[in-house]
Write a protein that binds this ligand. Structure first.
Ligand SMILES: Nc1ncnc2c1ncn2[C@@H]1O[C@H](COP(=O)(O)OP(=O)(O)O)[C@@H](O)[C@H]1O
Ligand SMILES: [Mg+2]
Length: 483
């Protein structure tokens, strides 16, 4: 019996020290010491430890030992060994499940709270925005009151940005379902990232015939991008990004915690070779506002909104990591019986549109400036960037023959879009300006548009729309070529 448990024959064990049966020498020494202490005190030693099977596999065992003659320990001892490997495995699994359940429940509860606040907050912001816009109409742009009002608008914009992400986390983002192929979508959204992060090598292992899923392409793109950006942050000196897809079947036990149905799922795994995370960090990453990058401008909303989006799709997202050993995120989305919809005429199917020429990007939001200029560079444009009115003007003055298009943020810190537009016009009355804004086409945005911008881009950018708008601004008549 014992021989079978540890894989050695009786002959092999005879006259050998028990040390060979332990997981490692230190463990043997410590177990031996503790058992002897216990036996000396109570006559009986009991403890759990690990043994090593002849084939190298670790076993969880329970030891129960007592001296043959309590008065004379050197006379030997009887040891009963129980193999508890299976029991321990089940215990560990159920502890893991409990942890996941706690985490899922906690995130759901915070989600509800966040959603409630975000809704009310959005309404409040709209009230502030409306009144600020009304007041601005009573003053000239140069007036101090006008400037104060535009400051207010700027803060409203930041608030709106925050509530939008919170709503995503609360699973209330708007979405439009299509039956789509995740392989295609991953390929599309990765391309932009890898082209702009040359220090990162991307490796794909995509399953052929991956189950189609019903999902909002834009939202999933957002989730993938959040994962890639985080991976990029975790690998500042470069590394490998592994993107994998697979068809999997989840059993009742796999999904019970997440309140999704067992069955067929498409699984996406994104791994990096970055710095990784410890268990404490890992426990909190999906919570809104949890960030270890606050000094670098992290908001802690990337993974929270990704979590909300995936859960809203009836899916599961989880993460594994160890410090120094990279991180892996797994996403499971329920597979669909339907056929992937070919979007023959849809604009998205045309993909990203290439172009050439100089583009000046003016935005005071570093993330937008960075992402936007990376995207434009990848598409083939020469990018100039400015964070404020002064930089924008001096760059434009120096390069006005090379800059063919300007993308202007509606509100820059301390200045309004209309002021910047006027100043640019003074340099070149024919300047082509695309206005970009987090708001729709109303109020102040409408006013600036009417001052003669050639187009409007709604933030946050959707890459394919963005590339299309820029392309058609520069090539009003030519038919775009797909990338
Ligand atoms: N790939 C990764 N490697 C290491 N840590 C990560 C990774 N992805 C996320 N994290 C951790 O999770 C935290 C939350 O991520 P996120 O919600 O995207 O917010 P942010 O990126 O703004 O900090 C990060 O601050 C980081 O500590
Ligand atoms: Mg992030």
């Amino acid at each position: 019996m014992f021989c079978r448990m540890v894989g050695y024959s009786a002959d092999e064990l005879l006259d050998r020290t028990p040390r060979m049966l332990f997981a490692d020498v230190d463990e043997y020494e410590s177990v031996n010491g503790k058992m002897n202490d216990m036996m000396a005190q109570d006559g009986l030693g009991m403890m759990e430890t690990r043994a090593r099977h002849k084939n190298g596999q670790l076993l969880d065992i329970y030891l129960n030992a007592s001296y043959l003659d309590p008065q004379n320990p050197s006379a030997g001892m009887v040891v009963a060994i129980l193999d508890i490997t299976d029991r321990k495995r089940i215990e560990r699994a159920s502890r893991q499940m409990e942890l996941q359940l706690n985490q899922a429940q906690k995130l759901d509860a915070i989600g509800q709270l966040a959603g409630g606040i975000a809704h009310d907050f959005n309404n409040i912001l709209m009230g502030i925005q409306g009144n600020a816009s009304m007041s601005m109409m009573e003053y000239q742009p140069g007036h101090p009151q006008y400037q104060r009002m535009s400051r207010i608008e700027e803060y409203v914009k930041r608030g709106a940005n925050l509530t939008r992400q919170l709503l995503g986390f609360a699973r209330e983002g708007k979405y439009e379902l299509k039956t789509l192929s995740l392989n295609d979508l991953l390929w599309k959204s990765t391309r932009f990232f890898i082209e702009t992060h040359k220090e990162i090598e991307a490796v794909f292992s995509l399953q052929e015939d991956l189950h189609p899923v019903e999902a909002d392409a834009g939202q999933l793109e957002q989730v993938f991008l959040n994962l890639f950006i985080n991976a990029g942050h975790a690998m500042p000196k470069g590394g490998r990004l592994h993107i994998q897809t697979a068809n999997v079947t989840l059993q009742e036990a796999d999904v019970a915690v997440f309140q999704v149905k067992p069955g067929d799922y498409a699984k996406i795994s994104v791994s990096d070779t970055g710095m990784g995370m410890d268990a404490k960090t890992l426990e909190k990453i999906f919570e809104p506002f949890f960030t270890t990058k606050s000094e670098q401008g992290g908001t802690g909303l990337g993974l929270a909104s990704s979590y909300g989006i995936i859960r809203n799709h009836g899916g599961i997202i989880n993460a594994y990591s160890e410090p120094g050993h990279g991180a892996t995120f797994h996403i499971y989305l329920p597979s669909s019986e339907k056929k992937v919809e070919k979007e023959e005429d849809s604009l998205q199917d045309k993909g990203l549109l290439r172009g050439t020429g100089g583009v000046l990007l003016i935005d005071d939001e570093p993330v937008i400036l960075e992402l936007g200029s990376e995207l434009l560079t990848m598409l083939g444009y020469t990018v100039y960037r400015a964070e404020n009115k002064e930089d924008a003007l001096s760059i434009y003055q120096k390069n006005k023959d090379r800059i063919e298009l300007i993308i202007l943020d509606m509100i820059l810190r301390g200045t309004s879009g209309s002021e910047v537009l006027k100043a640019l016009r003074a340099v070149n009355p024919e300047v082509k300006v695309l206005l970009s804004s987090g708001y729709g086409l109303q109020g102040e945005v409408q006013k600036v548009m009417e001052m003669g911008c050639i187009g409007f881009i709604q933030k946050p950018y959707n890459f394919s729309d963005f590339s299309r708008i820029v392309h058609s601004a520069l090539n009003p008549l030519k038919r775009p070529d797909a990338l």
